[in-house]
Write a protein that binds this ligand. Structure first.
Ligand SMILES: [Zn+2]
Length: 178
């Protein structure tokens, strides 16, 4: 291996070590919150996607109201547009978020790959929507836990429900309305 390649390897190793350190010192409770207590999801997907079913457990368990609608009353005001789009091969979904001046979420967009085939079954569709909603609520990936809805891959028999710790974090931010 030439010296340049060795130097690049060393640089990458150092960067990875740094990234790992940053993850370890970030407190688990540092979740960004939405600027309202109601978030509307403008669902532009077809009926093969169980959006309401995926959103329900996130909505019911926390003080945050998550409502699925055909059209957001006001775009950019706690509106999440859920639509198809072209994503890189192998990527199923993607979330982009916008923030207000206080660094709270004010709007978001969930893009579902337009290359997902009909064979992608009901459970996996539900897991994928639930996973992307988890990102919309501020949760990061849970790469070490295959039984977490935030595990970064959608596998057969995947988890479609938020965990107790996800719900506890949301209740900490938004309170709990029974
Ligand atoms: Zn993800």
């Amino acid at each position: 291996m030439n010296p340049l390649k060795l130097a690049i390897r060393a640089f990458i190793a150092a960067a990875l070590a740094l990234a790992a350190t940053v993850v370890l010192v970030t407190p688990a409770a540092a979740l960004t919150r939405w600027n309202r207590t109601t978030v509307t999801i403008e669902n532009r997907l077809d009926s093969s996607w169980p959006v309401e079913t995926a959103v329900g457990p996130w909505h019911r368990a926390s003080g945050l109201n998550i409502v699925v609608v055909d059209k957001c009353p006001v775009m950019n005001t706690s509106c999440v547009v859920l639509d198809y789009g072209r994503l890189p091969q192998g990527t199923l979904g993607k979330v982009e978020k916008a923030y207000d001046a206080l660094h709270r979420f004010k709007s978001a967009r969930i893009t579902i790959s337009d290359r997902i085939l009909p064979e992608f079954d009901y459970l996996r569709r539900r897991c994928l929507i639930s996973h992307e909603v988890g990102h919309v609520l501020g949760f990061a990936h849970d790469p070490a836990n295959t039984r977490s809805v935030m595990y970064p891959h959608i596998v057969p028999g995947c988890q479609s429900l938020p965990s107790y710790s996800h719900i506890e974090s949301l209740r900490g931010l938004y309170g709990y309305e029974s």
